[in-house]
Every structure is written in C-alpha cells, then in structure tokens.
Design a binder for this molecule. Structure first.
Ligand code: DAH
Length: 351
C-alpha cells in the first residue's frame, strides 16, 4: 500500500511536471483526486490495513494528496495568471496610436465668399439686408426704371409665377427699392444684399438658372457728394480684400436702366496678375460687376427727392467672383461639390 501511494505521488507529480495547459491539468486532477481517481480507490483498500499501520498510512495518504493538490493549485494559478496576461496583452490600447480621422465637411466656397464680402462691408458700416426671392414685377423691374415692354427686360429672361405680376427675382436690385421705401425717403442708406436670383438660362459652364448676387446701395444727402470716385474706392477696397491686395479696378462705360451714368467694373486677372492668359482672354482684365450712380427716377420712385439725395449702387455675381478667385472654369462645380478632396484643396489654396 505504501509503495502504491508513493508510486501514485511520483506518477502524478511527473505528469504535472509535463502539464502545460488548463485542460490537461483538469484531466490529471480527475485522474488522481477525483471520486473515481486513483488515490480514492487506494483509500478504499484502507480497511485491509492493520490497525497498527493505519495512522502511518493515513498520514501518508494525506501527504500524497497534499503534495498533488498543492502542485495542481500552483499550476492552476500559474495558468490563470498566464491567461490574464494574455488577455491584457491582446486587449491593450495604445493611446499613442493616431485616432481614426472622421472627415467633416466645410462650408461651401460660395457661402464662405458671401461671408467674406459681408465682413468687408460690415466693417465699412453697411447693413446686410434680405429680400424675398418671390418678387413682384413692380419691384424687380418697374420701380427700377424698367417699364413693361422695355428691351432691358429681354436681358433677364425671367421665371414668371403669376401672369406678369409675380416672378422669381432675376436680380437682387429690387432689394434697393424695398430698402429705400422702408427708410421712408429721409434717411441715409448703406446696405448690401446677398441672395439667390433666377433666370431662364440653360445651364452650362458659365450659366446657371439659379445664382447668387450681391447688391449694394449707398444713398445720402446731396451735400455729401456721393460720386463715382466713392464707388470706385469702395469696390477697390472690396476686391483687394477678397481677391488679392494688388488687384486693380477699372471702370468702363455701360448701361443699366437704374443707374446713370453706369459702368462695368473690371479687376486685374487673378490667374496672370494682369499679364494676359486664357482665363482673361489675354486682356489682363476680368469683368466682375455692374454699377453706377442711382438714377433720379429710381430715387423718386422710392420716395427720395433727387435734388436732395444721391447715391451709388452696384451688383455682382458671387459665383463669378468665386470662379475668378479660384481660377474655376465650370460654374456647376460650385453647386455639385461632393468631393471632399476638392473642397479641401480650395481651403488650402485660400491658405
Ligand atoms: N442687377 C444687375 C444685373 O443683374 C447688376 C447691377 C448693375 C446692379 C448695376 C446694380 C447696378 O445695382 O447699379 O445685371
């Protein structure tokens, strides 16, 4: 019996020495310490041991069991610790790794441009005002000195909504009328109005049936002598700020019903800085704006006495300025900009 117990101990410890995982450990535990295990079956033979030998054998049995149990527990702890370390290792978060970058959009080029223009004018004391996109013919044309049947209407092929009375505004100039009427004919006006406008144009690289105009109007008492040079200085300040501080501005005589005299405004080409390139058709200049001295009829229609008040007005397309600024050749890109890489490229260009 004694030999048997020592043999069990020896075998068990030898097996445990070669045990490297939890599953094998479990099997050894069952094999030696389990209910059907070898040690238990040896114990059943105790009844055959003489009374005198029993205490000794009993002590030996305990010793063998303790030896095996201690080793089993040691290994179980070792395996548990190894498993924990393995988990910690695999679940470790390296906080120094760069995070996943979620790309967010940026404001559209047009939106940014309008904001820049607003800032320039606000810094010069202008109000930024709004007007309706669904407009009356009266405000869009008639009060601006463009009566029904006048050929000047042909240049702005208009979307009419109700007979000949209600339309989608074809320019932001009606906001001049609304602003002067609201001011009641006796207060100076200094405002810009950015907003959507609509014309029945077929969309192509340079035309869009919907576009953004920015209108400007200054009206003040006659003794303030508002002149073409004020207009030129104002537009020069604007274009130097939003295009390039070396930009030059020139006026060419033109014709609008609501201004007299009227001018078209050119800026030096942003792409070639005035040297001449395909963008400016080798002239060095790009036309960007219409402007002039407010026509006495318009002042009168809007409640201002032209003997007491005078002013200047201007209007330009935001898309045109954006294209000039970024050297774009297709206006449609401004509305259909879905490629974030391109938007990012514009952000970079802007510095
Ligand atoms: N409304 C004109 C257009 O759409 C642009 C314009 C020209 C506005 C001269 C003005 C102006 O206020 O004075 O073509």
């Amino acid at each position: 019996m004694r030999e048997k117990l020592l043999e069990i101990k020896e075998n068990a410890l030898a097996l445990l020495e070669k045990c490297f995982d939890e599953k094998a450990l479990c099997e050894i535990k069952v094999k030696y310490l389990g209910k059907q295990g070898e040690l238990t079956s040896v114990l059943r033979g105790m009844r055959d041991v003489s009374q005198a030998d029993r205490p000794k054998i009993g002590a030996l049995v305990n010793d063998v069991r303790n030896a095996i149990e201690t080793r089993v527990n040691e290994l179980a702890n070792k395996f548990a610790e190894a498993e924990l370390n393995r988990k910690l290792q695999s679940e470790k978060i390296d906080i120094t790794l760069p995070g996943l970058q979620v790309k967010s959009g940026t404001p559209s080029i047009l939106e940014k441009l309008v904001e820049e223009v607003e800032e320039v004018f606000m810094s010069m004391g202008y109000d930024v005002v709004d007007g309706p996109e669904v407009e009356e013919d009266k405000f869009n044309f008639e009060m601006l000195n463009i009566p029904k049947g006048h050929p000047a209407r042909d240049a702005q092929d208009t979307f009419y909504i109700e007979d000949e009375k209600v339309l989608l505004r074809s320019q932001t100039s009606p906001v001049q009328v609304r602003t002067m009427l609201a001011a009641g004919g006796n207060k100076p006006v200094r405002m810009i109005c950015p907003g959507k406008t609509y014309r029945r144009d077929s969309d192509d690289a340079t035309h869009s049936h919907q576009f953004m105009q920015i209108e400007g109007l200054v009206v003040d008492r006659i003794d303030r002598n508002i002149s073409m040079s004020n207009l030129k200085g104002t537009l020069e300040t604007l274009f130097k700020k939003i295009l390039d501080d070396k930009t030059q501005v020139r006026f060419r005589p033109s014709y609008y019903q609501f201004t007299e005299p009227s001018v078209e405004v050119d800026v030096t080409c942003c792409s070639c800085k005035g040297k001449g390139c395909s963008m400016c058709k080798n002239t060095g200049w790009l036309t960007v704006c219409g402007a002039g001295i407010v026509h006495p009829n318009v002042l009168r229609n809007c409640g201002y006495d032209p003997n007491e008040w005078s002013g200047f007005a201007f209007g330009f397309g935001a898309e045109r300025i954006a294209m000039v600024k970024y050297g774009m050749t297709d206006i449609r890109k401004l509305d259909n900009q879905t490629d974030l890489r391109e938007t990012a490229a514009f952000d970079r260009r802007e510095g």
